[in-house]
Design a protein around this ligand. Sequence first.
Ligand code: IPM
Ligand code: MG
Length: 367
Amino acid sequence: MKTLHFATLPGDGIGPEVMEVALEVLSQAGKRHDFAIDTSAHDVGGVGIDNHGAALPDSSFEACRAADAILFGSVGGPKWENLPPKEQPERAALLPLRKAFRLYANLRPGNLYPELSDLSPLRPETVANGIDVLCVRELTGGVYFGQPKETRQLDNGEEEAVDTMVYRSSEIERVTDVAITAAKLRGRRICSVDKANVLETSVLWRRVVSEKMAANAPDLELSHMYVDNAAMQLVRDPTQFDVILTENMFGDILSDELAVICGSLGMLASASLGADKNKHDLPFGLYEPAGGTAPDIAGQNLANPCAQVLSSALMLRYSFGLEDAASSIENAVKAAIRDGLRTGDVAQGGDTVSTTDMGTAIVERLP
Ligand code: IPM
Ligand code: MG
């Protein structure tokens, strides 16, 4: 029997309660798919600041390093909003993790089940059949990490701030590979998003993506789109996309746009895949729900656990190679929704169930 060793970082707000559901679903899936889970929880985010004086305490970091993957909850909340931006839970926890574990490929599936299509702010006829788009965002390069990155005093007394957008071809190639692998398992179409009419990094991006695709995946369809147009096309008709491949900051923005189009953050998972292999010879990765900590409903057993559960399914798929178990969890979530079970965020005035009841409903639908 395979034992899955991963670090659990539940974080703040609704993080711990949805994490509990995800762990229960994982251990139940393990009974059916012959694996056991071996994990321990560590502080991160606001609770890390409160208990250890750092959003990413050393002890939590070391636990991640010893593991084969990280299952992440969510971090942040009003209590820490007045800290300097660099010390705030989101930035001070996530960016160092991305950097340290070289999590260069961020997969953000934009899924809207047809049963929930009313949740989308888009016209019913546009999304009647649901949405299924995958955003592949480069996560360790570009303007987020480029140097210099500083605020300086000019001779005339004025202040000047600089961020640097920089990409190497190797960084573009490896994330393109991830998009190719994903597209082959989906609709076989990649739309690469850039700003090649203005940015040098985008000119290189477009050329490297084209060369890589011509060499490694000539049978896949490749298109290019400027980011401003992509933002517009996503609201006009998201169903035109299969895989969107883009650099770090464009991906930050477009993936949030995709999320809102899909109606509920409580349903969206994500995977950040690292450059390093784990003990299973698969990518080390960090898996986290797209939604935030929802402080207004935290601790009340009201939160939607689906995104956390779906993130754990992505972990099974990418870091542990357990495709059958991953898809059976995804199907169980889909079945629970199809059977009308809804937490408040997706209920649209209808009957609601609690976080734990949703978890039970998912477990009951595991094959
Ligand atoms: C995200 C977040 C982060 C980002 C922030 C919290 C640093 O918005 O994961 O999309 O900008 O990447
Ligand atoms: Mg973001």
